[in-house]
Structure formats: structure tokens, C-alpha cells
Design a protein around this ligand. Structure first.
Ligand code: AP5
Length: 217
């Protein structure tokens, strides 16, 4: 099964993708994570992407589509892919069709997380992750069970993303409205879109997504 999680910054795509990985053995393909890894490693892609990401704008279609193709090639044929943060433009949606069909895969679901954008700034500016294992937390909604220690690996080091400030978040949302939301009708025309209330509690969102996937014939 291959699915796209779609929604504006902070909608909960990464949170839900991580749960699908844990619950169903699927593979999360997050172009944001891939780009951040490239920035950290100082690769040519990372050097090109850094300023664009820091400004909250979109990295070029060719770069992200190449990353997705390479990531799919590292997966086993039986593993399902969760596209998290990709596609984000009509050109990327077109590339994804070609990338999938070249590999004998097809798209089964597009799940849109519907959210109230005003609440998202709070979600995003409050989030942080474990610097060692990447587990996600939030200043108010999901604190570590033991203060200062990661629930998963026990590390005491945490980090925040440089693009998680209020000003950049507004640019990221404008990019979503202008370039990403318009691709939904492409998938609606193919009968692939399901909508989930992304403002519900995390577990409720997880159950709603599971309900959609379990209805797949
Ligand atoms: P990317 O990393 O994809 O960021 P994003 O789309 O802005 O999404 P986020 O990771 O911010 O949010 P999310 O929906 O995953 O929410 P999360 O689960 O963390 O992209 C970053 C940048 O890379 C882009 O700006 C661009 O420059 C570049 N880029 C990436 N892909 C690209 C592409 N395809 N083309 C071009 N450029 C690209 O949740 C957020 C917080 O809310 C967390 O703290 C979480 O704990 C909390 N939370 C989640 N769900 C709930 C809930 N139901 N209730 C309460 N709190 C919740």
C-alpha cells in the first residue's frame, strides 16, 4: 500500500507517519527529513536547500523528486510507502506518478489532515525532538514522561528546527495554500482522497487513518 499524507505545516503528517511505521511496517518518506539530513551532512543538495528551507520556501521540484526516487529504490518491493511532505506542487504530483509506475507501484490513498491554521503556529513553535533518536515532543501537548529525558532512548539532548519560528511558519503556510492545496483536485478526480480531522487528539487521528486503510479492498 502506498499513501500520501497531505496537510499544511504542523498538521501532524510526521506524527502520524511515525505511527504507521510502528504499527504497519510501512516506510516513511519525508522529503523534509531527507533535506534536513542533506543540510546536516553538507552535501551539494543540502548546500542548495538550506537557505530556501530557512526562508520557508519550496526546494526545487527536481531535487525532491530525485530524493523520492532514490528512497523508493532502497525499499523492498513488499514495503508500503508513506509520502510525507511530498508531492507539494503539481509538477511533483506528475513526477510521483511516473516514479511509481516506473517501479510497478501505484497510489492507494491520499489522506488530507484538515486543520485550523491559526492553531498550527502554536503547534509548530512548541515542538522539539530528541537529538539522538528523533522522537517528537511538544512544550504543551507531549512532554517527555520524565522531565529532560527522551521516552524512547533516554537521551538528554533535544533540538528545535530553525524554520519553526512564527514568521517562517507563515511563509510555509502561504506556500501550502498557493502550491500544495491546488493538487488535491488531481487526486479527488481519481477517487483517492479521504479527509481526517487533524485537530482531534493524536490517537483519534491515528484511529481514523487506520479505519481508512483497513477499508482498502
Ligand atoms: P517538512 O519537514 O515537510 O515540514 P512541513 O510540511 O512544514 O511539516 P511539518 O514537519 O512542520 O509538520 P507535520 O505536518 O509533519 O506536523 P508534526 O507531525 O511534526 O518541510 C520543511 C521544509 O523542507 C519546507 O518548508 C521546504 O522548504 C522543504 N521541503 C520539504 N519537502 C518539500 C517538497 N516536497 N518540495 C519542496 N520543498 C520541500 O506535528 C507538529 C506538532 O504538533 C508536533 O509537536 C506534534 O507533537 C503536534 N501534534 C501533531 N498532531 C497533533 C494533534 N492531533 N494534536 C495536538 N498536537 C499534535
Amino acid at each position: 500500500m502506498n499513501l500520501i499524507l497531505l496537510g499544511p505545516p504542523g498538521a501532524g503528517k510526521g506524527t502520524q507517519a511515525a505511527r504507521l511505521v510502528a504499527d504497519r511496517g510501512m516506510v516513511q518518506l519525508s522529503t523534509g527529513d531527507m533535506l534536513r539530513a542533506a543540510v546536516k551532512e553538507g552535501t551539494p543538495v543540502g548546500l542548495k536547500a538550506k537557505a530556501v528551507m530557512d526562508a520557508g520556501e519550496l526546494v526545487s521540484d527536481a531535487i525532491v523528486s530525485a530524493l523520492i526516487g532514490e528512497a523508493l529504490d532502497r525499499m523492498g518491493p513488499e514495503q508500503g510507502a508513506i509520502f510525507d511532505g511530498y508531492p507539494r506542487t503539481a509538477a511533483q504530483a506528475e513526477s510521483l506518478d511516473a516514479i511509481l509506475s516506473e517501479r510497478g507501484r501505484s497510489l492507494d490513498h491520499v489522506i488530507e489532515l484538515e486543520v485550523d491554521e491559526d492553531a498550527l503556529v502554536d503547534r509548530i513553535t512548541g515542538r522539539f525532538t530528541c537529538a539522538k533518536c528523533g522522537a517528537g515532543y511538544h512544550d504543551r501537548y507531549k512532554l517527555p514522561k520524565v522531565e529532560g529525558a527522551c521516552d524512547v532512548c533516554g537521551s538528554h539532548e533535544f533540538k528545535r528546527r530553525p524554520d519553526d519560528n512564527a514568521e517562517t511558519v507563515r511563509t510555509r503556510m502561504a506556500e501550502y495554500r498557493a502550491k500544495t492545496a491546488p493538487i488535491l483536485p488531481i487526486y479527488e478526480g481519481r477517487g483517492l482522497v479521504s479527509r481526517v480531522d487533524g485537530m482531534a487528539e493524536m490517537d483519534v487521528v491515528t484511529d481514523a487513518i487506520a479505519g481508512i486503510l483497513d477499508r482498502t479492498p
